[in-house]
Design a protein around this ligand. Structure first.
Ligand code: ADP
Ligand code: ADP
Length: 227
């Protein structure tokens, strides 16, 4: 099992119950969509997995390790297991494409030896070798998201978390991003993607976990977007 949530609840200090006794198991190599209306608890789920928030009750096990009992000093190691992409790309504006990816490797203390070759190999995977020396503002939204995906996988994470990765993109660019994410998944990375894009969920025929008010109300093997 790559991810296991056992009886996980999250109650924020103001009393809001964002997640209510969630049980969820995700196998290594799975592709899971998480869908739900605004306020359903999707972001909270991601924050718990990244250990940006602590669960109020329950256990969260990632790759065999109970992250609720993780020492502070082990958090960077835990985060290295997870690559993340966001709706708004979050590239560093004053660094080139190459430098953005290089920086992610440096921060993670990545032991990969041939840094330059590896960066070009992830750029090749997203089809942007020719943009290595461009700055983010010189790229289209679709290209920026491809850079962000290259950066997310450069440290060879076990899990890719994609938080509305197509939210700012037109349909063509969205599909290009989905093909890359699918590719990353086929190479063995477990994918958890939060989205509101019904057309994408319905066409991909992947597992769909539906959240309503902090509860998992549906978990379908080859599911559809149905809220
Ligand atoms: P989603 O991502 O599905 O929109 P969230 O996980 O962001 O849902 O939010 C779930 C619930 O928790 C919402 O009612 C939201 O207002 C509340 N919430 C989220 N973050 C906080 C916070 N830091 N403090 C208090 N309440 C929060
Ligand atoms: P390297 O020789 O640089 O270590 P790898 O053998 O790790 O390269 O990667 C081989 C190919 O797979 C490269 O094209 C690389 O871009 C791609 N790749 C590396 N990591 C991942 C990943 N987590 N998901 C998808 N593709 C990846």
């Amino acid at each position: 099992m790559m991810v296991e949530l056992i009886g996980v609840s999250k109650v924020y200090p103001n009393g809001v119950i964002a997640l209510s006794n969630i049980n969820l198991s995700i196998n290594k190599g799975e592709f899971v969509f998480v869908v739900g209306s605004s306020g359903a608890g999707k972001s909270t789920l991601i924050k718990l997995l990244l250990k940006e928030e602590e669960p109020t009750t329950g256990q969260i096990i990632v790759n065999g390790e109970d992250i609720s009992r993780l020492k502070r000093s082990k958090i960077p190691h835990h985060r290295r297991n997870i690559g993340v992409v966001f709706q708004d790309f979050r590239l560093l504006p004053n660094k080139t494409v190459y430098e953005n990816i290089e920086f992610a490797m440096l921060v993670a203390g990545n032991p990969i030896k041939d840094v330059k070759k590896h960066i070009y190999s992830v750029l090749d995977m997203v089809g942007l070798v020719d943009k290595a020396n461009s700055y983010p503002h010189q790229l289209s939204g679709g290209e920026q998201q491809r850079v962000s995906l290259a950066r997310a996988v450069v440290n060879k994470p076990l899990i890719l978390i994609a938080d509305e990765p197509t939210g700012n993109l037109d349909p063509d660019n969205s599909w290009a991003i989905m093909q890359i994410i699918n590719d990353i998944n086929r190479r063995g990375t477990t994918v958890l993607m939060v989205t509101h894009a019904k057309d994408i969920v319905d066409r991909m025929r992947k597992r769909v976990v539906t959240l309503v008010k902090g509860n998992i109300v549906k978990d379908q093997i080859k599911g559809a977007y149905d809220i």
